[in-house]
Design a protein around this ligand. Structure first.
Ligand SMILES: [Zn+2]
Length: 92
């Protein structure tokens, strides 16, 4: 398993810090991470697919009693087979 997610996190953190550290009152970065990452279990081992691809479906439902139509959202994710940074295959 490659180290891309960790390395990219540090690189991006440094980049963002260079942009915000001169803002009045800036103190420190509390946390920095990919928001669309996930841990998965495979072959009884905990592995990480650092980047997942979110997919959203919006649909409508009509209430039985009032007949009112409302919009709902359902989200799911796709886990890529390869690291998007270096192309190494993720553990299966
Ligand atoms: Zn990688």
């Amino acid at each position: 398993m490659c180290n891309c997610a960790k390395e990219m996190t540090e690189t991006l953190k440094g980049y963002v810090k260079s942009q915000i550290e001169n803002e009045p009152g800036f103190q420190k970065i509390e946390d920095a991470y990919f928001t669309n990452s996930v841990f998965v279990m495979s072959n009884n081992k905990l592995t990480t697919a650092p980047i997942i691809i979110p997919f959203k479906v919006e649909y409508t439902r009509k209430a039985k009693t009032s007949g009112k139509v409302r919009t709902y959202k359902k989200e799911t994710n796709i886990r890529p087979s390869f690291c998007p940074f270096c192309g190494e295959e993720y553990n299966r």
